[in-house]
Design a protein around this ligand. Structure first.
Ligand SMILES: Cc1cc2nc3c(=O)[nH]c(=O)nc-3n(C[C@H](O)[C@H](O)[C@H](O)COP(=O)(O)O)c2cc1C
Length: 325
């Protein structure tokens, strides 16, 4: 096994473990970020924030910026497509929030985002990446990072896009091994991630896509050569994966998976944190979409899922869980 320092740095920010919680809209609010952090995520990334929402003082957007004192280091991800808007939004984050890092989303595939020149739309134009990223770094004292996909419809610009961001001054780069066209289909393109990893020399490269186990993380770090792994969907099913991966890289030992009852306890804790953040009505409604991830792969999951989808209070969810736990 490759011996690794467990920590690495993004600019001056020390990231204590080589595991990163991926930004996920509707999921990585401070309720879930604090859970991921407690299980050992080295860095947690906020769900993406609209640059325009920030600048127009949209109340919902401003509420999303809440950061708990226990989350650091934490990064806020912006999506937007023009230099002026992104510069002002990045400066707003630096001045008015507790974020340690600002990130730009260059991977979101959805039409609503790409038609505003944001998200994955960046991937068609390495010159735009270079120029706008240079401008945004010029207004920031805290590090700027970017998260991108391998390309728009193929990976022919993957290395060029990554090098454009690196030479424009980003402090780390994360790449999801899929194109915009793939959305979430197919499997992670490890070959392209390995090419990018080889090309990037000055900053940490964070590999993302389909990391669901310690073995997947080991493959990304040892074979693809990434400095850290970013985990999205698997963390929604099992935030304990951060502990397992960190432990493996620090000791070489594999920890057993958590028993189902403990996973349910994490799910319940997640709901309680969401209630503290958003109130019971909204929290339980959102939890209906989150509970299935915790239950995935367990006997009777469909029945529990369906019961949770009709629940509207914490007490109801607790009583449903008590019947299976
Ligand atoms: C529900 C959901 C929401 C997401 N929202 C964002 C987002 O706000 N910003 C972003 O860069 N990527 C977003 N992603 C993509 C993830 O960050 C990640 O790149 C992708 O899920 C692949 O990693 P995984 O295989 O570990 O899930 C989202 C993914 C999911 C499943």
């Amino acid at each position: 096994m490759t011996k690794l320092n467990s920590s690495f740095k993004i600019g001056d920010v020390v990231i204590p473990h080589r595991t990163v919680l991926a930004p996920m809209a509707g999921v990585t609010n401070s309720a879930f970020r604090t859970i991921a952090k407690e299980f050992g995520a080295g860095l947690v990334v906020m769900e993406m924030i609209s640059e325009k929402g920030l600048l127009y003082n949209n109340e919902k957007t401003l509420h999303m910026l809440h950061i708990d004192d226990n989350e650091h280091p934490v990064s806020i991800q912006l999506f937007g497509g023009d230099a002026e808007g992104l510069k002002r939004a990045a400066d707003f984050i630096q001045t008015n929030t507790k974020a340690d890092i600002v990130d730009i989303n260059m991977g979101c595939p959805v039409n609503k985002v790409v038609k505003n020149e944001a998200g994955a739309k960046w991937l068609r134009d390495p010159d735009k990446i270079y120029h706008i990223v240079s401008e945004v770094t010029s207004v920031l004292d805290i590090p700027l990072t970017v998260k991108m996909r391998t390309g728009w419809s193929d990976s022919s610009l993957a290395v060029e896009n990554a090098l454009a961001a690196e030479s424009a001054g980003v402090s780390a780069l994360a790449m999801h091994g899929r194109t915009r066209e793939q959305m979430y289909t197919g499997s992670c393109d490890h070959e392209t991630l390995a090419r990018v990893s080889k090309a990037i020399s000055k900053i940490p490269f964070i590999g993302n896509g389909d990391v669901r186990s310690v073995q997947d993380a080991k493959f990304m770090i040892e074979e693809i050569g990434v400095d850290a792994v970013m985990i999205g969907r698997a963390a929604m099913n099992n935030p304990y994966l951060f502990t397992q991966i960190n432990h493996f890289f620090e000791t070489g030992e594999a920890l057993p998976d958590l028993p189902f009852a403990q996973k349910l306890a994490i799910a319940k804790d997640h709901l309680k944190r969401l209630i503290a953040l958003k109130g019971e009505v909204i929290a339980v409604r959102e939890f209906r979409g989150l509970a299935p991830h915790y239950l995935r792969g367990t006997a009777g999951a469909a029945k529990v899922r369906s019961a949770v989808s009709r629940a509207s209070t914490l007490a109801e969810v607790e009583s449903i869980f008590a019947q299976v736990g």
